[in-house]
Design a protein around this ligand. Structure first.
Ligand code: GLY
Length: 353
């Protein structure tokens, strides 16, 4: 078992990483929520038939009453309609303030269930059981929960830290290759922005089999890096923004593909390559870095370039929640393994693009 603690004052929680951990979910949650009697499990239509029965049995063995709600798999479920439906179901189940919400699934499920937990009854405890690589290395850690609005992704949400994160790497075995690669984009991002040796390790073993052979330590490294950032900047006003490397430009690609053609990770992968190139053009990034990032992205089976229109770039820049006024903060690489924020006028960035 690998254990990490996200040591936020008054809200510290553990991340547990172990193969087969799903079967221990009940005992692990009971240990931190001794007074809870009901657990409302949010999952999706893909995950329900794969893992729900095991988790439900483990929870019931530990004395919890459970009810599950499976939302349709996909980004469209991060909606106000689904959120309101969850609230009503939680009340019909008899959820009280000493009970908890469990998210069993990927990033969509975690974000939606987390926001429901943050808001129902003015906030109840929340447990993350992420089952995709992207959710395990990124969205399940750090407390960002949200739904999407017509105006854009994640525009209504909260910072609501989980009480516990349970990661069972065996759940990654049922991901298709595209979804596995989707998560690898975020894994590679940690190497690009914080850890050159980790980048080299990933670049040297891009096959899924080789990555899975070392998956527990890969998950540990990513979560360790993320938790250090979250502890120092929970509210995303400084250092946490470095985690957005590749995301501003990736957002343009997601917009161009109407959030369907490209997965988040594919868009971020191409966004990281372009951000490395922009860094060179802006005199921040050493000339050899874009080629290194591009080779690692390609070796993982991710796109190194995605075409989009100037209008998509403009929309992505204009909507970016991190852009203040007429300026935008782009995350650039000062070196491979070291990222910095770079504030510049939006108009200048658009011209460069
Ligand atoms: N996914 C970026 C963050 O948690 O800040």
């Amino acid at each position: 078992m690998k254990t990490l603690t996200v040591d936020l004052p008054g809200r510290a929680y553990d991340i547990l990483i172990q193969r087969g951990l799903l079967d221990q979910a009940g005992a692990r949650i009971r240990a931190i929520l001794p007074r809870a009697s009901r657990l409302f499990v949010v999952t999706d239509t893909n995950v329900l038939p794969l893992y729900h029965a095991r988790v439900r049995d483990a929870l019931r063995e530990a004395g919890f009453q459970t009810q599950a709600c499976a939302v349709p798999a996909g980004e469209a479920s991060k909606s106000a309609g689904q959120l309101s439906d969850l609230w009503e179901r939680m009340m019909a189940f008899g959820l009280t303030r000493t009970d908890a919400v469990v998210a069993l699934g990927g990033g969509v499920v975690g974000d939606l269930a987390g926001f429901a937990a943050a808001t129902v009854l003015r906030g109840v405890d929340f447990i993350q059981i992420p089952t995709t690589l992207l959710a395990q290395v990124d969205s399940s850690v750090g407390g960002k929960v949200a739904i999407d609005l017509q105006a854009g992704k994640n525009l209504a949400g909260a910072f609501w830290q989980p009480k516990l994160v349970l990661m069972d790497p065996d759940t990654l075995d049922t991901l298709d290759d595209r979804t596995f690669a989707d998560g690898m984009a975020e894994v590679l991002k940690y190497g690009c922005i914080f850890d050159r040796a980790f980048f080299d390790l990933l670049a040297g073993r891009p096959s899924r089999g080789a990555l899975m052979a070392d998956i527990e330590s890969i998950l540990y490294t990513c979560c360790d890096l993320k938790r250090s950032v979250v502890i120092r900047d929970e509210r995303d006003t400084g250092e946490r923004m470095l985690l957005n490397f590749g995301h501003t430009l990736g957002h343009a690609y997601e917009l161009a593909g109407h959030y369907e053609t490209w997965t988040h990770g594919q868009a971020v992968a191409a966004g990281m390559v372009l951000a490395a190139r922009l860094g060179v053009a802006l005199g921040v990034t050493p000339a050899e870095v874009p080629g290194q990032v591009e080779a690692a992205v390609a070796a993982l089976g991710l796109p190194t370039r995605i075409d989009c229109t100037h209008a998509d770039y403009a929309a992505a820049i204009g909507l970016d929640k991190k852009g203040a006024g007429e300026d935008i903060t782009l995350i650039l690489l000062e070196a491979l393994g070291r990222a910095i924020p770079h504030k510049m006028p939006k108009a200048e960035l658009l011209k460069l693009l």
